[in-house]
Design a protein around this ligand. Structure first.
Ligand SMILES: [Zn+2]
Length: 521
């Protein structure tokens, strides 16, 4: 009896089953595999070391994760001396375990919240994926969806994918008007991502040299976003540019776009008139289209027949008819304008004036009972007038058709988490003193996790307005010397007005002197 009891006790001990140990072991193995996969996306591991890092992750799993985290924190401490070590560690750990980690990890389940569809509504998963293995295809589709998802989260306006050399591609996002490298992929994988984007954009995957263009949409829980895609063959491979069309442009009003009270009342005066023309000017990416939408949003779209001609349609305006130009199908701005004038419009919006014909039709329409909005590519109000003259429009037509010219620029806002007191040079201080400007509260860009080390987050607009009143109309028509003067001095005058507006933003701490110089010069 006693003997039997001892033997039972012995065998129980030697074959002891401890569920906690098993769970811990399984957990460890799972984490090892999980981190192998995560190393793949890590921005901290250079491409050439990915294989070694993956093997290391397979054996040491979470240990590698913490090593990378420590390396990353160390790197940040060395670049951001103004922040305390504890602050940086706290923020990095929060990021690692909450949303986006410093290792470029993504939250599980995020990818399932985005769907890429072609113009007919077919999902990317059904279009692409007849390759060697289903597993590889799924990985590429996930990667493509993640890149598009990240671009939307970062509010990027463009995604640029181009070859760095013959073994690697760089993916860059344009955020707040500035390009930033976000990822590097090896050539084979990136070509597959390019192919999947081309497939969903209804482009020919086999054609890698000739320039092509296409479009697709992405559906997320927040709504739908549209993308315009252009590809071209370059040295070492293929370049892809993806334009993100801002659905938010349609949500802006005069109130929230950055116009001062005085500027708002000038615009309201102009847009409540039954006819006339408002011309927005600025270089590419200066936000003219968004301002155009903001003005259109002020118009009662129910009682007035509003027709727009755009290239491309950036967002849908309820109760307005929108036409997209398509030079390949011979639908140009001028042709579309002619046809819409037969549809009895009250308000016409012209995406961009690029030629004499469009300029003439638009200006004539503004004289014959239509309210016309248009944009033109120019650096100031004064040079917009010169540009119209150069296109071949007569001074008489400009003076009788035009009511208001607005130039615009976008300045990046300083990141409120990391902005620093500005360091001014003696000559800058002397200059401020001479102009009796209080320069004590100026800031410059810092750099932190939240602003991706750029020091800026979001943008604000500055405007310069030129009201074409009777006096100005008379000068345009009668004074040749005035036009000569305009050609000589106009551009500098316009820029100096914009600089004054921008300086107000600098003095109130919204942006920095460096940013103002970058944008306005
Ligand atoms: Zn910051």
């Amino acid at each position: 009896m006693l003997l039997a009891g001892t033997s039972t006790a012995l065998s129980t001990e030697s074959l002891s089953f401890n569920p906690i140990k098993l769970v811990l072991l399984c957990g460890w193995v799972y984490l090892c595999f999980y981190f192998v996969q995560r190393v793949q996306y890590s921005l901290l591991v250079p491409n050439k070391h990915k294989t070694i890092a993956k093997i290391a992750a397979l054996f040491v799993g979470p240990v590698l994760f913490f090593v990378l985290l420590i390396v990353d924190i160390g790197h940040q401490i060395s670049t951001e001396r103004h922040r305390s070590v504890l602050e940086i560690i706290k923020q990095r750990l929060q990021n690692a375990f909450a949303s986006r980690s410093p290792l470029g990890l993504i939250r599980p389940g995020e990818q399932s919240t985005i769907k890429l569809l072609d113009s007919s509504g077919t999902e990317l998963k059904q279009i692409y994926g007849h390759g060697r293995s289903r597993r590889d295809d799924r990985h590429i589709l996930d990667l493509t969806e993640r890149i598009i998802w990240d671009a939307l989260q970062e509010q990027a306006s463009d995604i640029l994918i181009d070859p760095k050399d013959n073994s690697a591609y760089t993916i860059r996002f344009r955020v707040d008007g500035v390009l930033r490298a976000v990822e590097q992929l090896d050539a084979g994988k990136c070509q597959a991502v390019i192919n999947s984007i081309k497939a969903v954009s209804n482009m020919d995957i086999a054609e890698r040299r000739r320039p092509q263009d296409g479009a697709f949409v992405a559906q997320t829980a927040d709504g739908t976003a549209s993308f315009r895609v252009a590809s071209a063959g370059v040295v070492n491979g293929e370049k892809l540019s993806v334009r993100v069309l801002s659905q938010k442009a349609g949500m802006y009003t005069l109130n929230n776009i950055g116009f001062s009270d005085k500027q708002q009342s000038i615009i309201k005066d102009a847009i409540t008139k039954p006819s006339g023309m408002i011309l927005m000017c600025g270089p590419t990416g200066s936000g003219k289209t968004t301002s155009l939408y903001a003005m259109l949003n002020e118009i009662d779209l129910y009682t007035r027949n509003v027709i727009t001609v755009e290239d491309p349609i950036e967002c849908v305006l309820p109760n307005a008819s929108q036409i997209e130009v398509n030079p390949k199908a011979d639908i140009t701005f001028a042709k579309s304008l002619r046809s819409i004038l037969r549809q009895d419009p009250d308000v016409i919006s012209v995406g961009e004036i690029r030629d004499e014909e469009t300029a003439e039709i638009a200006l004539r329409a503004s004289q014959t009972g239509h309210l016309v909005f248009a944009t033109i590519h120019s650096y100031s109000n004064e040079s917009a007038l010169v540009r119209l003259l150069d296109l071949g429009v007569t001074a008489v037509l400009i003076s009788s058709g035009l009511d208001l010219v607005i130039s615009q620029r976008l300045l990046r806002r300083l990141c409120t988490d990391c902005s620093q007191p500005a360091q001014l040079t003696q000559s800058q201080i002397d200059d401020f003193r001479r102009k009796k400007i209080d320069y004590k509260h100026l800031f410059r860009a810092g750099g932190c996790e939240r602003c991706h080390e750029t020091g800026y987050r979001g943008r604000t607009a500055i405007f310069d307005m030129l009201v074409v009143d009777n006096e100005l109309k008379a000068s345009i028509v009668s004074s040749d010397s005035w036009i000569t003067e305009l050609r000589k001095e106009g551009d500098e005058q316009g820029k100096s007005n914009l600089r004054k507006q921008g300086l107000k933003m600098v003095l109130s701490g919204v942006t920095s002197l460096e940013e103002l110089k970058r944008v306005v010069g």
